[in-house]
Design a binder for this molecule. Structure first.
Ligand code: G3H
Ligand code: 13P
Ligand code: NA
Ligand code: ZN
Length: 328
């Protein structure tokens, strides 16, 4: 069944686990996520960006998700708007059957200019009032994602801002977080603690702690009843980079968030963990490999099946690592 995000995250909080939220654009990604969930009995959060809604088309996306509900009746599914850039985007998602919306008021409507705190409170509170009246959950965001190393801010597409951001903008302030939740009534809060979107998160192999875990702990201490969300949580596994590069790709060496760091975040109150890049890497590597290994083949299913399986493997691993396996 389709359920609001709040239902799944309340259960995750009571039982101390995290749930991966995977981005979807097409049938194969939805099937990969659902098959993995069935294998390990995990609840599911499907999320679509504005770009995904445009790519698939509203009716296709809605009916594919309803298809998943019908095919996997034993699995609770959240359909979530990722990075809503305005109240209008969130309302149109609700109209299209989404059970959860993110109002990302940390950025202006252009999704690239950092917004003022008062703007963020205003748009988020407005969306929450409407969404809650309709039984839909809301995620807000406070702070700007980006590299603590370089100060390079992060648009939602993983491409950097021009100019750099201050440490204050890159780390969510616990007092402000408490005020924000009180004034907006959000169910979940995305926080900035040193992650960034896309594949190029860290320029060196992380040795030891790389996220501001203390910040997570402080925010959770101030907001024990608000579910914390970590964006930019792909781990960018070496083997997935290697497959792409072994079959004609040219991806520069990069490092993501170690799974152990995410697990430490979960122990400190993180409940929703956004992952897109790892699945993109898995799909692309498998497509490249299948096409390279049989150059006479031209049935698309011959590369779509292995690429779906490669994504399924990533999803299954994250369900197990984040602790949502066995919780559906
Ligand atoms: O945070 C963004 C997600 O990775 C989705 O990216 O806007 O390219 O669909 P997208
Ligand atoms: P990654 O780019 O690390 O997968 O993050 C995805 C994300 O945060 C989507 O909102
Ligand atoms: Na932000
Ligand atoms: Zn994000």
């Amino acid at each position: 069944a389709l359920v609001p995000l709040r239902i799944l995250l309340d259960h995750a909080a009571e039982n101390n686990y995290g749930i991966p939220a995977f981005n979807v654009n097409n049938l194969e990604q939805i099937k990969a996520i659902m098959e993995a969930a069935r294998e390990v009995n995990s609840p599911v959060i499907l999320q679509a960006s504005r770009g995904a809604r445009k790519y698939a088309g509203e009716a296709f996306l809605r009916h594919m998700v309803l298809g998943a509900v019908e095919e996997y009746p034993e699995i609770p599914i959240v359909m979530h708007q990722d990075h809503g850039n305005s109240p209008a985007t969130c309302y149109s998602a609700i109209k299209n059957g989404f059970t959860s919306v993110m109002m990302d008021g940390s950025l202006m409507e252009d999704a690239k200019t950092p917004a003022s705190y008062e703007y963020n409170v205003e748009v988020t509170a407005k969306v929450t009032e409407v969404a809650h009246a309709l039984g839909v959950s809301v995620e807000g965001e406070l702070g700007c994602l980006g590299s603590l190393e370089t100060g390079q801010g992060d648009k939602e597409d993983g491409h950097g801002f021009e100019g750099s951001l201050s440490h204050d903008q890159l780390l969510t302030d616990p007092d402000q977080a408490a005020d924000f939740v009180e004034r907006t009534g959000v169910d979940a809060l995305a926080i900035a603690i040193g992650t960034s979107h896309g594949a190029y998160k860290f320029s060196r192999k992380p040795d030891g702690a790389i996220l501001a875990i203390d910040r997570i702990r402080e925010i959770h201490h101030r907001l024990p009843n608000t579910h914390l969300v970590m964006h930019g949580s792909s781990s960018v596994p070496q083997d997935l980079q290697d497959i792409i590069n072994a079959y004609g790709g040219a991806i520069p060496q990069t490092w993501g968030v170690p799974v152990a760091e995410i697990q430490e975040g979960i122990r400190n109150g993180v409940r929703k963990i956004n992952v897109d890049t790892d699945n993109r890497l898995a799909i692309t590597g498998a497509v490249r490999k299948a096409l390279a290994e049989d150059t006479t083949e031209f049935d698309p299913r011959k590369f779509l099946i292995p690429s779906t399986k490669a994504m399924q493997k990533v999803c299954r691993e994250r369900y197990i690592e984040f602790g949502s396996a066995g919780q559906a």
